[in-house]
Write a protein that binds this ligand. Structure first.
Ligand SMILES: Cc1ncc(COP(=O)(O)O)c(C=O)c1O
Length: 458
């Protein structure tokens, strides 16, 4: 359950972004004179006993329409056809059309969308797959599930995305694929990545599990690579509970994916003499999941616009606060998905208030926030996977030497980003302009009183 904050409303007005827009460098005391938020001075932060900046409930998540959505689900329920059938097919064609891909296959979740997409490109034991360390663990586990080894290429500090220059450095004769992740719903540099993939004959599977509707030059992410994978898990911008999808223009590939997700059954161009012709498992979604998905898609366009609109406003104002630096995007990006709104926090500008203390202070103001990812490339699941029977059968001892692996997979920029980032979740961006001002006011208040807050924690 998300925390909800009740009580009254307060209108606020800020000048901090205007100053920032003018490129003015502001000292702590000077800044506070201009950042006073519609009250008589920058009021006391909630963590020091002051009044919370934000008292209303944040938009709840997931959302649904009581009339139309519940009717859709009820219709499926009453039909008695609950296993994969016409509603799933409708969801798949609608999703493919929405994203601008020829085909889509719905599967149980984003993790398995990635696993299937990699496997059906014949990626497995003996292969290396280059991916960023700044992502949810599912990306790496998907690579490991195929039998391949994830190789981490460092990220760009400002965009949070895999750095194409670092990809080139990691390519070896074993490299078979790149999995760029459009993390936070901000597009990775797909033009450069596809160019590298073409030069080195590599498969590209986009992890777009946080990036529904994000665009580069008006083309949706997920459609740049050989395949794009999406998640519809409950916290996602298209919440179905659990669910995922693979999209591609390669019809034979999607046929193979279909076959694999349905016990290896013959499908489309997948040829065979009897019903079951290849490896497979069962990863189908149900009709009622698809019904919820179709309902969610009706709101997606409007909600995406709203998130973009509020993110632009927040970004403009927050970048004016010393010590706060919001994400950057590549110049050709035309739309963001904004599953998360990330910003870097610099304790030096806040009298040494640590990120954790800053988050506590921001939470006390009624603002939803969290600290984000820890370095994936350093986690113990890697060593434990290397110790597993299958990996010991597939790889020699040198390849599975964890000290070597750790040395070769250091990502120093990512280490820093993991230490300094703070996220706002996507549902915050569906609030009102007043809600956005509350966030700006809250951070401004904490900035203005950072010395006092630090004292409280000392
Ligand atoms: C970047 C990323 N990749 C993959 C996944 C996996 O998706 P799912 O949870 O639907 O399996 C997620 C989900 O959180 C994700 O954020």
């Amino acid at each position: 359950m998300r925390k909800e904050f009740h009580v009254g409303r307060r209108r606020s007005f800020l000048k901090s972004g205007i100053l920032a827009g003018a490129g003015i460098l502001i000292s702590n005391s000077l800044f506070s004179n201009f950042s006073i938020a519609g009250t008589t001075g920058s009021s006391m932060p909630a963590i020091l006993g002051g009044v919370r900046s934000h008292k209303r409930p944040w938009p709840s998540w997931p959302r649904w329409d009581k009339n139309s959505d519940e009717l859709r689900v009820l219709k499926v329920l009453r039909s008695g056809v609950w296993s994969r059938d016409k509603v799933v097919e409708e969801f798949e064609t609608t999703w493919a059309r929405t994203i601008g891909a020829k085909r889509s296959l719905a599967v149980v979740n984003g993790t398995n969308a990635l696993i299937i997409a990699l496997k059906q490109h014949d990626i497995g034991g003996g292969d290396e797959v280059i991916m960023p360390p700044y992502t949810f663990i599912a990306t790496a586990q998907a690579v490991f599930s195929t039998g391949a080894i994830p190789v981490f290429a460092d990220i760009d500090r400002d965009t949070y995305q895999i750095d194409p220059k670092k990809i080139e450095e990691k390519i070896t004769p074993r490299t078979r694929a790149i999995v760029p992740v459009h993390i936070c719903g901000l597009p990775a540099d797909m033009v450069s990545i596809m160019e590298i993939a073409r030069r080195h004959n590599l498969i590209v599977v986009e992890d777009a599990c946080q990036a529904w509707m994000a665009e580069i030059a008006n083309k949706k992410v997920g459609t740049f690579g050989h395949a794009g994978c999406f998640s519809f898990q409950n916290s996602k911008n298209i919440p179905i509970g659990e669910g995922g999808a693979i999209v591609s223009d390669d019809e034979a590939f999607i046929d193979r994916c279909y076959s694999y997700h349905n016990f290896g059954c013959i499908y489309g161009t997948v040829k065979g003499t009897s019903g079951f012709v290849g490896p497979g498992t069962k990863l189908r979604i149900t009709e009622y999941q698809a019904a919820i998905g179709l309902a969610q898609l009706e709101r997606l366009e409007l909600q995406t616009d709203m998130r973009n609109h509020h993110a632009t406003y927040l970004k403009h104002h927050l970048d004016g606060i010393p010590g706060i630096r919001t994400y950057s995007v590549y110049p050709n990006v035309t739309r963001l998905a904004l599953h998360l709104f990330p910003f870097r926090y610099d304790p030096d500008q806040f009298h040494g208030l640590t990120r954790n203390e800053f988050i506590q202070a921001l939470t006390a103001e009624g603002i939803l926030c969290e600290e984000g990812y820890a370095p994936l490339n350093k986690m113990s699941f890697i060593e434990n996977t290397f110790k597993s029977k299958n990996f010991r059968l597939m790889y020699d001892a040198e390849t599975l030497n964890i000290e070597n692996y750790n040395r070769n997979n250091q990502c120093l920029i990512n280490d820093k980003v993991c230490e300094e980032t703070v996220w706002l979740p996507q549902n915050v961006l569906l609030g009102s302009r007043d809600d956005m001002n509350d966030i700006i006011n809250a951070i401004t208040k904490i900035y203005d009183h950072s010395a006092q807050i630090k004292k409280k924690f000392s």
